[in-house]
Ligand binder design. Structure first.
Ligand SMILES: *Cc1c(COP(=O)(O)O)cnc(C)c1O
Length: 359
């Protein structure tokens, strides 16, 4: 049976978007392709409130995380990774796996990374790069990215700010230029509500200048090479043309909805889930850092989340268990991102009420 996905990726994909992938194939060096990428270019920039380039990769988001961190740190310098859950921890693992000298600063799971924590940690070293996970999908925390960015731009002008916005971009406002961010990356199977397989990354001039000073930038994600092709509305390697068609369609639909309306819809879905969760369970994260795109609910009733999800599956819906050993069964997650509506959320919560006998 088809299940509507209330999981934090892949998310529910509308039929029109699935259909957009079926157009006949074109050559990626043919003018038709450049035309397609040229249509997408200003729309992605609008989505991120930026005049900087927004690159498109055939990759999941993790690939661009790897590409970013290795291009951000000059020989002899270090990266600082902020960790508040499983996905922010991935930045650390990636940095170490690439031989990038890296320190980490951890906050308790469920807490947000504050500017104070960042300031204290950055003041202790000579850091070329700082990583922040905008929306920590394991704990349901949305970090105060604007405040962190303001601090970094004011006190640490040499430090490039790399942002994993995989589960936030296209679901919450990220004014790339106004905040002075350097890389903001996402994959498209979350708030973009596209099938998996594409990643996008906005890249600042400061980051491009930094990359030019890094000798072993890697090949596939090399921002300078990407820029060269971007100027021709192409990519160095073969792009995922069918997915890019779906992206073009989806960006049209996003613009038709209106960006402010899109952010407001995500917040309204989040508020609906939060109100329900406070009534029947409890929220896992600190109230100051609640995510607008995914809610992590503390399993205060000791229900079997696996059984709940099975029963939901029989009714055509799916949520997520808690992430990893630490949070499985102790929490569960309801994603409210992409093209889901408040009515979808109400339908889901009604099903859960019914299954658990909550009135
Ligand atoms: C899903 C997710 C990732 C991983 O993205 P992939 O596209 O699977 O590589 C990274 N970070 C966050 C915050 C995520 O939610």
């Amino acid at each position: 049976m088809y299940k509507k996905l209330f999981i934090p990726g892949p998310t529910h994909v509308r039929q029109e978007i699935l259909d957009a992938q079926t157009a006949p194939m074109i050559g990626h060096r043919a003018p038709e392709y450049a035309e397609l990428q040229g249509e997408i270019r200003p729309k992605l920039q609008k989505l991120l409130y930026t005049e900087q380039p927004v690159f498109i990769y055939a990759s999941s988001g993790t690939g661009v995380m790897e590409g970013s961190i290795r291009q951000a740190v000059r020989p002899g310098k270090r990266a600082l990774v902020t960790v508040c859950g499983a996905f922010s921890d991935r930045w650390y693992q990636i940095a170490v796996a690439n031989g990038v000298p890296t320190d980490r600063v951890d906050v308790a799971w469920g807490e947000g990374v504050t500017p104070e924590v960042v300031d204290e940690a950055l003041s202790r070293g000579d850091y070329d790069a700082l990583t922040v996970t905008f929306n920590e999908t394991s704990t349901g925390v949305m970090n105060p990215l604007g405040e962190i960015a303001a601090l970094v731009r004011e006190k640490y002008p040499e430090t490039v700010l790399l942002v994993d916005a995989v589960s936030g971009m296209a679901g919450a406002k990220i004014p790339f230029d106004a905040w002075g961010l350097d890389v903001v990356l996402a994959s498209t199977q979350k708030c973009f509500a596209l099938p998996p397989g594409l990643a996008v990354a906005a890249v600042s001039e400061r980051m491009l200048a930094r990359a030019a000073e890094v000798p072993n930038r890697g090949y596939y994600f090399d921002f300078l090479n990407m820029l060269k092709y971007y100027k021709k509305d192409q990519t160095p390697a073969t792009p995922a043309i069918s997915l890019i068609r779906a992206l073009n369609q989806q960006l049209d639909d996003i613009m038709a909805e209106g960006l402010e309306a899109r952010w407001a819809r995500h917040l309204e879905m989040a508020e609906t889930v939060r109100t329900w969760a406070r009534k029947h369970f409890a929220l896992f994260p600190d109230e100051r850092f609640l995510s607008n795109t995914v809610t992590t609910v503390k399993n205060t009733r000791g229900i079997s989340v696996a059984d709940l999800n099975k029963a939901l599956g029989e009714r055509g819906a799916m949520i997520s268990n808690g992430y990893g050993k630490q949070l499985r069964e102790k929490t569960f997650r309801i994603a409210h991102m992409g093209d889901l509506t408040v009515a979808d959320i109400q339908w889901l919560l009604g099903l859960i009420d019914d299954i658990l006998g909550l009135a």
